[in-house]
Write a protein that binds this ligand. Structure first.
Ligand code: CO
Length: 264
């Protein structure tokens, strides 16, 4: 938009400079082009992925979307390193306040974006949304938007409800705020097996649900064993099967310009 305005102004200026004596400047064609371009942009500026609908599977074949909830936290950096070593991309569903406070980890949020991962919303305070009023649900989303605006200058259009708790009010609120709701088709339950002796249980659940056609994997970057054991095992398994590890937006075929907004 800014670029087009600049271009139009430049062309008009240029055009005026070359008007021959005795002729009328023919500038009208340029604003028309500008309006046409704007109209085209408006009609295209809409993700094809629906808002306010729960999505649990990828749309494109041969990919797995690893997702990590509840961060940013002290273990998030190690996950970023592991993902980077394997050329894997993932999605982080972040809270404002959970085990950590997002304003304590701005560099991790920015780094995840810089390294090709997707940032999404997991609400401000991780409350179970069925316990909140419609207005409180909206506030849970918009408060975190403010934090993302402070840290990144934009905020996500994807979210996952805490505890996957989605009510009619949640669907309506996410539709109103234009959020894509992401569920999971592989739930590692890594929080139940958060020690090296039991992590295999989460890994076996992951493998079984992968066998069953699951593609969106739910784990947490707030659990030490997830970061130190489970993630490495999951990545090895995915690599062995020849799948690519991509972000949620990529796995749905949604172009990156629709993953974030910079205002309402
Ligand atoms: Co959570």
């Amino acid at each position: 938009m800014h670029f087009l305005s600049f271009l139009t102004v430049s062309l008009i200026t240029l055009g005026s400079a070359f008007v021959l004596p005795g002729t009328t400047p023919q500038q009208t064609i340029l604003p028309n082009h500008y309006l046409e371009a704007n109209k085209r942009q408006e009609s295209e500026a809409q993700s094809e992925i629906p808002f306010g609908v729960i999505i649990t599977h990828c749309n494109i074949p041969g990919v797995v979307a690893l997702t990590f909830d509840d961060g940013p936290y002290i273990y998030t950096g190690q996950i970023l390193e592991t993902l980077s070593q394997h050329g894997a991309r993932a999605t982080f569903f972040m809270n404002g306040v959970n085990k950590g406070n997002i304003d304590s980890f701005p560099e991790l949020v920015q780094r995840a974006v810089n390294e090709g991962h997707q940032i999404a919303s997991h609400t401000w305070g991780h409350a179970s949304l069925d316990t909140l009023s419609y207005a409180e649900i909206i506030a849970q989303m918009t408060n975190l938007e403010e934090a993302f605006l402070r840290i990144l200058g934009f905020y996500p259009s994807y979210m996952r409800a805490p505890y996957l708790m989605v009510t009619a009010d949640v669907l309506a609120a996410m539709k109103a705020l234009e959020y894509h709701i992401i569920g999971a088709s592989i739930d590692t339950k890594d929080y139940e097996n958060d020690d090296p002796e039991h992590s295999w249980r989460s890994f076996e659940k992951f493998r079984a649900e992968l066998d069953g056609g699951g593609t969106i994997v739910l784990a947490h970057d707030t659990h030490r064993t997830t970061v130190e054991v489970l993630v490495d095992n999951m990545i090895s398994e995915i690599e062995e099967r020849g799948h690519e590890m991509v972000t949620i937006g990529e796995c749905l075929g949604d172009p990156p310009e629709y993953w974030y907004r910079d205002g309402r």
